[in-house]
Design a protein around this ligand. Sequence first.
Ligand SMILES: NC(=O)c1ccc[n+]([C@@H]2O[C@H](COP(=O)([O-])OP(=O)(O)OC[C@H]3O[C@@H](n4cnc5c(N)ncnc54)[C@H](OP(=O)(O)O)[C@@H]3O)[C@@H](O)[C@H]2O)c1
Length: 255
Amino acid sequence: MNLQLEDRTFLVTAASRGLGFGVAKALVGEKANVIICGRSKKPLKDAASSLGTRCQYFVADVATPADVTALLNFTREQTSKLDGLFVNAGGPAPGTFTEISDDDWSKAIDLTLMSAIRLTREAIPLLKKSDAPSILYSTSISVKQPIPNLLLSNSLRPAVIGMMRTLSEELGPDGIRTNAICPGYIHTERVRQLMSTAKSKGDAAEEAIVARIPLGRMGTPDEFGRVCAFLLSPLASYVHGALLLVDGGLFKGMM
Ligand SMILES: NC(=O)c1ccc[n+]([C@@H]2O[C@H](COP(=O)([O-])OP(=O)(O)OC[C@H]3O[C@@H](n4cnc5c(N)ncnc54)[C@H](OP(=O)(O)O)[C@@H]3O)[C@@H](O)[C@H]2O)c1
């Protein structure tokens, strides 16, 4: 299947490694041009180099409004239109209700919710210039069922879904598709960190999770990236306002 991504341009945030990198890699594999961002220059530059000349990078913290504006200014300098935006950020801090302070809440709101709002707002004019624009919000299985010790993710990611669903109404008439992708457990640095701080540490924590996944393993960033590339592509032209789990069957609900 030809995803018709050749020479289209995508902005993929938080992408020097992990899920964002998996998405950038899948898009470049389909001959799309990609702009990636992250906070640390060296790993970001290395990630962009590994993807070749179709990938450019810009150092930006998506939790910081000025950085989001600078990232979109850079994007406008590189391209006259944007075919897709993959909205991603680092994960909010773990913790339970009694452990999380007002400051933690404020930081997590900037990181998880306001980043999605600001990126969307700044990208819309460029997206409107594409013949097949779409926005894909990366959230989590936590929008379907809460994950223990991840109160901030469980609380704030559903707000991103609320925005995405509302935008499907507001932006649909302009031809801009909005969707969300909800990873379960994809083997990345973030998951390794969460495992090492879990109550049953390291390998034991991973085994306990994998035991609940019908496919018997965590996913890979490449598997995640391929699904996202499809959802961002013109071939997904009638998928709009949808949430898709990529979780190996971990979510047990019927809907
Ligand atoms: N992996 C999973 O199974 C899974 C499941 C559900 C949800 N998620 C969520 O998906 C997101 C990505 O997770 P991941 O597993 O790919 O994590 P990861 O392996 O730790 O990678 C995170 C990437 O995001 C960048 N980043 C972090 N904070 C950023 C910021 N404020 N602005 C710009 N770039 C930033 C990092 O680079 P710098 O550090 O240099 O900025 C890095 O490139 C997180 O929000 C995570 O909670 C992951």
